[in-house]
Each structure stands twice: as structure tokens, then as C-alpha cells.
Design a protein around this ligand. Structure first.
Ligand code: H2B
Length: 100
């Protein structure tokens, strides 16, 4: 199982994501972001690319699509909080959203 991120390691991993619009949930066990695209096609294309990555890494987002927005919540369920897998997936999502 991947280890929970804690202390300075967690802070350093999170800082660049918080600067990119990610926020921590109140309990600190997950991070969230709302992505907004130009249309449904771009939103679904983003989800498709992220889904392929998520399946390859065996780490999956909780997410909700409404028209051209995708709301995402990332957490490692097996570990009960944030791990390096969530950080990696968040970065991948930011990268995918920048290249729709
Ligand atoms: C058996 C399989 O590896 C696990 O269920 C994986 C699949 N994808 C997962 N995704 C996320 N976000 N958290 C998990 O704990 C998780 N566990």
C-alpha cells in the first residue's frame, strides 16, 4: 500500500497544486479541483485521456461531469488519505487540461 503523505513531505508535494487551484477537503484526506472547458467535447476528451492514465496506474479519480465542467476529488481510498499517487494524478490532470 502507498503511504499517506505527512508533514513537510505533504506540504511540499501540495504547494504547487494549491497554486494551480487545487484545494484540500476539510478533513485533509482529499484534494479537489473544478476544471472548466470550452464545451462538452473537450471535457469528455479530458476525461478519456485521464481515464486511460488512471487505469494504467490503477489509481482512479472520483469525478463528476456536468456539460463542460469536470469536478474532481482525489484520495487514496486504500490508505485513507493523500498519497503520492494522488499528487501524480493531479499533475497529470493539470497537464491534460492544458492540452485539450
Ligand atoms: C485493487 C486495486 O488496486 C485498488 O482497489 C485500487 C484501485 N484504484 C484506486 N483508486 C483510488 N483513488 N484509491 C484507491 O485506493 C484505489 N485502489
Amino acid at each position: 500500500m502507498t503511504e499517506l503523505l505527512q508533514g513537510a513531505t505533504r506540504d511540499e508535494a501540495l504547494a504547487p497544486l494549491l497554486a494551480q487551484g487545487w484545494t484540500e477537503t476539510a478533513d485533509g484526506n482529499a484534494i479537489r479541483k473544478r476544471f472548466t472547458f470550452r464545451n462538452f467535447n473537450e471535457a469528455f476528451g479530458f476525461m478519456t485521456r485521464v481515464a486511460l492514465f488512471a487505469e494504467k496506474r490503477d489509481h482512479h479519480p472520483d469525478w463528476r461531469n456536468v456539460y463542460r465542467t469536470v469536478e474532481v476529488e482525489l484520495s487514496t481510498h486504500d490508505a485513507g488519505g493523500l498519497t503520492a499517487k494522488d499528487i501524480e494524478l493531479a499533475r497529470t490532470m493539470d497537464e491534460a487540461a492544458a492540452h485539450v
